[in-house]
Each structure stands twice: as structure tokens, then as C-alpha cells.
Design a protein around this ligand. Structure first.
Ligand SMILES: C[S@@+](CC[C@H](N)C(=O)[O-])C[C@H]1O[C@@H](n2cnc3c(N)ncnc32)[C@H](O)[C@@H]1O
Length: 319
């Protein structure tokens, strides 16, 4: 199979169901992935015919079914899903919810949480309803549905690894609680008792909410630079690095195995490599696999050589 390997991982051309079947049971700590969306518009995914909306849930479930035995008992599967409108109607399809219910009821996954990715650079789509008729709002949220197979839902996870900076108000409270709490303690309307002591503890940051805001607008990374220089069309649906970084830090430790079953431009592999996690990225398109090596290249000559060799069917060893 054409592709490449690095110190920590492997990027493979193939159908991810076939590749998953070759992996050891209980071996994957995290699958984090973004499938081709069930859009009505034809997207240009090389070698991939878009699945009609009516068959989408069934199509996607086959991958989750194949992944189940391969996940570690405390592993997680995170799948990025965006809703779409029914063809020709201002009616939103309910397939993400159908998918969620079937994952739990038919495949026995446990649902951990829905985490929303707010794409702060999202375009006002669909143009017809948002811009022209003005009857819908711009949709900037993707659902990141987080599942595990751990029966009680207690998969490996640690929110201390993904703390965010305190708000300025919270920082002032930590620094000088006496400015906010008069006397030793104060009773909130909820009945909670706050003491100056309880506010003084600095945990190094705040626990993030399940709304993550990142733009999807990287413009000068090595991937885009070499795509441009070689006149290769960049992958049209790349994830932001920060979003994957959040999931990898939150749900895995160094040395764990992270897999992306719809790898695309291999954002996941790049994040995993940077964070010293083992990784595997699978994409059905040899061109996407080949250009994703740009994330690991230092100069244009190298990028050109590797790209051509992978497209010709070779496997490149970057170790
Ligand atoms: C939304 S894109 C993923 C983009 C990726 N998250 C990134 O950051 O670049 C979905 C990818 O799934 C791939 N794909 C579709 N069917 C597949 C299959 N059966 N096996 C492996 N990859 C597949 C497509 O070629 C496409 O690149």
C-alpha cells in the first residue's frame, strides 16, 4: 500500500474498513475523524463518490462497526458531524441524530458527550437560505460526537490536559477574592457557600466548556505552501490543528495509538507526531495521502520527490 511512515506513525492509502480489519483488537486508544459530509453539493473528493443522504447513516455505521473491536476498552471514538439541509428544502436533515441513536442502540457504543466546534471562519452557507432568502442563520457549529465502549462511560480522559486561560474576572477573583467576597464567606442564591479560601486555588487554568472555537483558516503551513508551489489542489475539508490537538491531549497519553479513518490531509497524524503519540491515518485517495506528506517535509525538492513516488505506489520511510 502506498503511503509513508514517520517516527511515530503511518499514513496509508486504502479503504479504512479493510485496514481496520488488519489491526489488533483493543489496540486503538483514540479514533478521531471527520467523514465526508453528507452534503447535497458535489465535493471534489478524488476517487470517492459522495454517498446519497438517504444511505449516509448506514454507510457511516459500517466504519463504526468495524472500529468497535479495535478500540481499547477505555478508548474513545470522536466523530465530527455537520448537519445538512434536505435537497431543495429549508429543512435540516436529522441524520446526525439518527446516527447517534444507532451508534448507541445498535452498536453498543456509550455516548460520552457532544462537543461543538465553532468554526469562527465559517461562510454564511447555504447561501440560498442565509444570504438570499434570509430565513436561516449561518451554521458555524459542527458536532464532535464522543463515544466509548467502556460500559460506565469512564474512558481515558483528563480535562487537566486541556485547561484554558482564566477569564480576566476569574483571574482577579483568584488573585484578590476579598475584593469580591465580603467577610469569610458568602451564600449564593443557589445555596452554594463560597469562601475566600475556596477561590484562592489556582488550578493553572479553567476547565473548557463543550463549545470550542477555532478558525479553520491556516494559510501558511508547509502543507499549503507545497500544495501551492506544486499546483496541487489542497484538501477541501481540512480540520484545524487546534481541534485535533484538543482531543489528542484530552483523551490520550504519550505512546498511545491515535487513528484517523478518514485521514484527508493528515492533520491528525501531524498533531499526534508532534505530541509523541503513535498514529495511523487512512485515506482512500492516493493523491490526498501523497500530498499529506508535505506536513512532514522541509523543502520543495523533497516534497516534490516524495509526492511523485507515493502517487506511483511507493512507500516512503521518513524515520
Ligand atoms: C472530510 S475529509 C477528512 C479531512 C481531514 N480531517 C483533514 O484534516 O484533512 C474525508 C476524507 O475521507 C476520505 N474517504 C472517503 N471514503 C473513505 C474510505 N472508505 N476509507 C478511507 N478514506 C475515505 C476522503 O477521500 C476524504 O479525504
Amino acid at each position: 500500500m502506498s503511503g509513508y511512515s514517520t517516527t511515530f506513525g503511518k499514513c496509508i492509502t486504502g479503504d479504512s474498513i479493510d485496514v481496520l480489519n488488519t489491526l489488533e483488537d483493543n489496540s486503538i486508544n483514540l479514533i478521531v475523524t471527520s467523514p465526508p459530509f453528507s452534503n447535497q453539493r458535489k465535493k471534489k473528493y478524488a476517487n470517492f463518490d459522495e454517498v446519497p443522504q438517504s444511505e449516509y447513516v448506514e454507510w457511516l455505521l459500517q466504519f463504526a462497526r468495524s472500529a468497535y473491536n479495535k478500540l481499547a476498552p477505555d478508548g474513545s471514538l470522536v466523530i465530527d458531524i455537520r448537519s445538512a439541509y434536505e435537497k431543495g428544502k429549508a429543512v435540516e436533515s436529522i441524520y446526525p441524530y439518527e446516527f447517534l441513536i444507532r451508534m448507541v442502540k445498535d452498536l453498543n457504543y456509550k455516548f460520552c458527550q457532544n462537543v461543538y466546534w465553532n468554526n469562527t471562519s465559517a461562510l454564511p452557507l447555504p447561501i440560498q437560505y442565509v444570504n438570499i432568502e434570509k430565513i436561516r442563520l449561518k451554521n458555524s457549529l459542527n458536532m464532535n460526537m464522543w463515544f466509548t465502549k467502556a460500559d460506565d462511560g469512564r474512558c481515558k480522559a483528563n480535562n487537566k490536559n486541556v485547561l484554558v486561560p482564566y477569564s480576566s474576572r476569574m483571574q482577579s477573583l483568584i488573585d484578590k477574592p476579598e475584593n469580591f467576597i465580603k467577610g469569610d464567606q458568602v451564600t449564593r442564591p443557589s445555596g452554594n457557600v463560597l469562601t475566600t479560601k475556596s477561590w484562592q486555588k489556582d488550578n493553572g487554568g479553567a476547565i473548557p466548556s463543550n463549545l470550542l472555537s477555532y478558525p479553520n483558516s491556516a494559510s501558511n503551513d508547509s502543507y499549503l505552501r507545497y500544495c501551492k508551489a506544486l499546483n496541487i489542489k489542497a484538501h477541501p475539508a481540512r480540520y484545524p490543528y487546534k481541534l485535533i490537538e484538543f482531543w489528542v491531549k484530552f483523551l490520550t497519553e504519550e505512546g498511545d495509538l491515535v487513528v484517523d479513518i478518514f485521514g484527508g490531509s493528515n492533520t491528525t497524524g501531524k498533531v499526534a507526531e508532534d505530541l509523541c503519540r503513535r498514529w495511523m491515518s487512512i485515506d482512500i485517495s492516493p493523491e490526498y495521502v501523497a500530498s499529506s506528506i508535505f506536513r512532514f517535509c522541509d523543502n520543495l525538492d523533497q516534497a516534490t520527490d516524495y509526492y511523485n513516488r507515493i502517487v506511483a505506489g511507493e512507500e516512503i520511510d521518513l524515520k
